[in-house]
Design a protein around this ligand. Structure first.
Ligand code: 48F
Length: 265
C-alpha cells in the first residue's frame, strides 16, 4: 500500500468552527441526563459502563485530564494491581487480561485496566467531561432530594478565579470521587436536611474493607449515591490499600441500584 503524504489543508477558522460547534452541541446535550458520575477512577468507570449499557443517559465528570483515578499510581507507583474474585467477571466482560496468583486472586497491568475500562465505557455510550470539577450539588426542597451538580473548569479553580459555575440537571448523582467523598461531603455540609453524616475512613483492614465497601454501596440520600472509596469515607469503613476488586464490584452494584431506582422497580 502507498503511504499518502498529500495532507489536506485546513483553515484555522474551520478548525475553530469544528471545535466550537461540536463541543457546544455536546454540552447542550448533557444539560439534562439520567445519571452524572463524578470521578473516572475504577468505581466510577465501572458504574458508567453498566448504567450506560442499560440505557441510562450517563455523563462522567473528571477533574483531571485522564482516565483511571488511583489506578495509575497503583501502590507506590508500581504498575501491577491486585484483583480478587468475583471481580474477575468484570475483567472478562471488558476484555482485560489478568494473571492468576493462587486461589481467587489475580493481577492486572494498571495501564491495561485503565484503558479497557475507559474503552468499554466509550463503547457503552458514556460521555466524558475532563478537566471539570463538580464543586456543589443542585437540590430541591421537596423530599429533599439531589437534582443536579454545579460544575467549574478545574483550571479556574486552580487559579482561584472568582467565577460562577454552570449547572447540570440529572435524576441521579453518583459520588465516585475516592477517599474524600467530595460530593457527599458538600451535600452534607450545605444541605443538612438531607441527613447525611459522613463518618470518615478508618485505618487499613483490607479484606474487611473490601467486603463492606461492596455491602454498603448504594443510595445515601434521594438522588445521591456513592461507590468505591467514597463508601468508606461515608460509612466509616477501613481502607483496603492497593487491592481493587471491591472498586469494580462497587461500581457495578451502584449502577444496578441506580437503574432499579430510576425505573421504579
Ligand atoms: O480515587 P479514585 O481512583 O476513586 P475510586 O474509584 O478508587 C479508589 C482506588 O483508586 C484506590 C483505593 C482502592 O484500592 O484505595 O484509591 O474510589 O478516583 C476518583 C476520581 O475522582 C476525581 C479524581 O480526580 C479521581 O480521578 N475527582 C475527585 N473529586 C472530584 C473529581 C470532583 N469534585 N469533581 C470531579 N472529579
Amino acid at each position: 500500500m502507498v503511504e499518502r503524504e498529500d495532507i489536506v489543508e485546513v483553515d484555522e477558522a474551520l478548525i475553530s468552527q469544528c471545535i466550537l460547534e461540536e463541543s457546544l452541541e455536546f454540552l447542550r446535550d448533557i444539560i439534562t441526563t439520567d445519571l452524572v458520575i463524578v470521578g473516572a477512577g475504577p468505581s466510577g468507570l465501572t458504574a458508567s459502563i453498566y448504567a450506560s449499557r442499560a440505557g441510562l443517559k450517563t455523563v462522567l465528570i473528571e477533574r483531571r485530564l485522564s482516565f483511571g483515578g488511583g489506578m495509575g499510581g497503583g501502590a507506590m507507583h508500581l504498575p501491577t494491581l491486585v484483583i480478587e474474585e468475583p471481580a474477575t467477571e468484570i475483567l472478562d466482560d471488558i476484555g482485560c487480561r489478568y494473571k492468576r496468583r493462587g486461589e481467587g486472586v489475580a493481577t492486572v497491568d494498571s495501564s491495561e485496566l485503565m484503558i479497557r475500562l475507559a474503552n468499554a465505557a466509550i463503547d457503552a455510550g458514556v460521555r466524558f467531561l475532563h478537566g471539570v470539577t463538580v464543586d456543589d450539588i443542585v437540590f430541591r426542597e421537596d423530599g429533599p432530594r439531589v437534582a443536579g451538580v454545579a460544575i467549574e473548569w478545574t483550571a479556574s479553580q486552580m487559579a482561584s478565579l472568582h467565577t460562577d459555575p454552570l449547572f447540570l440537571k440529572t435524576s441521579a448523582v453518583l459520588d465516585a470521587t475516592g477517599h474524600d467523598a467530595e460530593i457527599v461531603s458538600v451535600a452534607s455540609r450545605k444541605v443538612p436536611e438531607l441527613n447525611i453524616l459522613p463518618v470518615g475512613e478508618k485505618s487499613a483492614s483490607s479484606s474487611s474493607s473490601e467486603r463492606q465497601v461492596v455491602e454498603k454501596t448504594g443510595r445515601v440520600a434521594p438522588g445521591l449515591y456513592c461507590a468505591g472509596m467514597a463508601v468508606s469515607e461515608v460509612h466509616g469503613l477501613p481502607r483496603m490499600g492497593p487491592i481493587f476488586g471491591a472498586m469494580l464490584l462497587s461500581g457495578r452494584k451502584a449502577a444496578r441500584i441506580i437503574i432499579r431506582d430510576l425505573r421504579g422497580e
